[in-house]
Design a protein around this ligand. Structure first.
Ligand SMILES: Cc1cc2nc3c(=O)[nH]c(=O)nc-3n(C[C@H](O)[C@H](O)[C@H](O)COP(=O)(O)OP(=O)(O)OC[C@H]3O[C@@H](n4cnc5c(N)ncnc54)[C@H](O)[C@@H]3O)c2cc1C
Length: 285
């Protein structure tokens, strides 16, 4: 399919891009890797009159280690994140999740910023970003602001970015001594998560869970943090019975998605199984 006609802009600075976004905010889309947007445009599910390409803006693609965090430019691609030594060493969960996305072509084009802004309920990066307690920097007409991962995903394909904002940076804290894992049951054709679970945890001296964070994707209309499950595990040894109790808790109050890939019951069951497996994988990492 061919997209509906649109006017294309390739601004050379963030300021110029923000100006264009303000001018055309009612009917505009930002273009990063195009791996979600172009497909939607070709299917004519999105018909923006104006498209602002972010790729000519310098300074939006970097991976930098700072004292307690890793700073990632919004245009860093999944492949760059998968292969970055800095990320592998300091927050391997993010590399692990990036490596599971689609195929090499998608990972070479698709960006972290695009994945988060798109807020696909089956996206892998939202789960990892939630488990890593990351923060997103948004630039807008009033300046910059930081948004915590848990406040960022608000619903189906909806983030808390305002229409005139551009996501510019992702700040991922480093958790020394923590272990992690990302596991997903992937849809065979696309690789998207039918269920995906990201776990970061730290054990104390007596092998009890000192800290744990669980991000779940593919299950609800947005990726979410399984706080109630974490609370069951915190301070306790992660033994089999407790893991299963925590996994069940992670689904309480959640209305699972139902689609061609699975019924509500199937997804909820798969999620419980994958939560237990992901915690075990993190413990073994
Ligand atoms: C065949 C195929 C398989 C895939 N498999 C997977 C998979 O297994 N797992 C997975 O998680 N994803 C998968 N994807 C999606 C992929 O991860 C995309 O990279 C991602 O969804 C969007 O990133 P992008 O950079 O391509 O964004 P784009 O498609 O360019 O943009 C997506 C949306 O985000 C907005 N946007 C982009 N950048 C910004 C920004 N900096 N600030 C504000 N808004 C912005 C755009 O306006 C648009 O609305 C797949 C895609 C394809 C085509």
């Amino acid at each position: 399919m061919i997209p509906a006609p649109f006017e294309y802009f390739a601004p050379a600075s963030l300021r110029e891009a923000l100006g264009l976004l303000s001018d055309y905010k009612d009917d505009v889309k930002l273009l990063a890797g195009g791996q979600s947007l172009v497909a939607l445009m070709k299917l004519r599910l999105a018909k923006p009159k104006y498209v602002i390409d972010l790729n000519r803006i310098p300074g939006l693609n970097y991976i930098r280690a700072e004292k307690d965090s890793i700073r990632i430019g919004a245009l860093a691609t999944h492949a760059e994140i998968e292969q970055s030594e800095t990320i592998r060493r300091n927050c391997p969960l993010l590399s692990e999740a990036a490596a599971t996305i689609g195929d090499a072509q998608v990972r070479n084009q698709g960006t972290l910023g695009g994945s988060l802004a798109h807020a696909d309920p089956a996206g892998d990066m939202p789960a990892a970003i939630l488990a890593l307690d990351a923060e997103m920097k948004a630039a807008g007409p009033a300046g910059e602001r930081w948004i915590k991962a848990e406040d960022f995903f608000v619903g189906f394909l909806t983030s808390s970015l305002e229409p005139e904002e551009i996501l510019t940076e992702i700040k991922v804290p480093v958790f020394p001594g923590s272990r992690s894992a990302y596991l997903k049951a992937a849809q065979r054709a696309s690789g998207f998560a039918v269920v995906g679970v990201a776990v970061r945890l730290r054990l104390g001296a007596n092998s009890a869970c000192e800290d744990i964070a669980i991000g779940v994707t593919g299950v609800a209309d947005k990726a979410y943090r399984a706080r109630d499950a974490e609370n069951i595990l915190k301070g306790n040894k992660p033994e089999d019975g407790l893991l299963e109790r925590a996994a069940a808790k992670a689904l309480e109050g959640v209305d699972p998605l139902e689609d061609i890939n699975g019924s509500k019951e199937y997804r909820a069951h798969l999620a419980r199984v994958y939560i237990v497996r992901a915690i075990r994988a993190a413990l073994a990492s």
